[in-house]
Design a protein around this ligand. Structure first.
Ligand SMILES: [Zn+2]
Ligand SMILES: [Zn+2]
Length: 257
């Protein structure tokens, strides 16, 4: 078993309440910048709210051995947040980025550049493969295929639909967990389809992913990276997603895989 902790599940439309009455707690409708922690050790993305979220979730920052970035948009990567997360550490922590990503030097990190579609052994337990993603190319986007102690996970934030090379790589993987971009709500006609998913897009994709063996009946599907301004309240969105067998992530949610 492995635990995945959702530290943040928002697109970039953050509530001002995160600076005031919600500064020290999670709220399902005032989401923080998207980030997640696997097995207490592997941090995926480190945006503006990640240090606060780690504090609220009572995570021991010293246990984090690696930071793995999906892309460089400021809601996913903020050098100052990386510094805060690593404050007080003596040994370097590895920062995994796409091979051509233009990242600044950050004290306390050792940059590991990953080619797409090549598995990288991260600290023994975890293998990460970067997959091409349909998102702003200037942010060096990729999705992350993870294998951790026999469990198979796709962390697919941000991105709209799925690119051919990623889809072919994922065929017959029968994921244990799929975390998928759901920036846009339950309506049609949004202009963001070449960089983000809406709920109708996900509704169409899931049966096709199952038909290709990317998922099967045992796969848990979680929507994340939701824009609160484009969605109904969390509890209603859960009902909408539940109707097609998916869950909706929220900040502070811990799931066992
Ligand atoms: Zn984002
Ligand atoms: Zn982005």
């Amino acid at each position: 078993m492995a635990e995945l902790l959702f530290l943040g599940t928002c697109a970039a439309d953050f509530s001002p309440r995160l600076q005031t009455d919600l500064s020290d707690r999670f709220d399902k409708d005032a989401r923080r910048s998207s980030s997640a922690l696997l097995a207490g050790k592997y941090l995926f993305d480190c945006g503006p709210h990640t240090p606060d979220a780690l504090k609220i979730a009572d995570v021991d920052r010293k246990e984090i051995t690696s930071i793995i970035l999906t892309h460089l948009h400021p809601d996913h990567f903020m050098p100052q947040s990386v510094k805060e997360v690593l404050a007080g550490r003596e040994e370097n922590v590895k920062l995994y980025v796409r091979e051509d990503a233009d990242v600044p030097q950050i004290a306390g990190t050792e940059v590991v550049r990953m080619k797409n579609l090549v598995p990288y052994d991260v600290d023994g337990d975890l293998t990460v493969t970067a997959l091409p993603a349909n998102h702003d190319e200037g942010s060096f986007p990729r999705h992350l295929y993870l294998e951790y102690k026999g469990k198979r996970i796709l962390y697919a934030l941000d991105g709209g639909w799925m690119l051919n090379a990623a889809f072919n790589f994922l065929r017959d993987k029968r994921l244990d967990l799929l975390v998928i971009d759901a920036t846009c709500g339950d309506y049609e006609g949004d202009w963001r389809m070449a960089e983000h998913n809406s709920i109708p897009m996900i509704r169409l994709m899931l049966p096709s992913l199952a038909a290709a063996g990317v998922t099967d009946g045992h796969t848990s599907v979680y929507l994340s990276h939701l824009a609160p301004s484009l969605h109904r309240p969390h509890d209603e969105t859960e009902k909408i997603a539940g109707a097609f067998g998916a869950h909706v992530a929220y900040d502070g949610l811990r799931i066992e895989i």
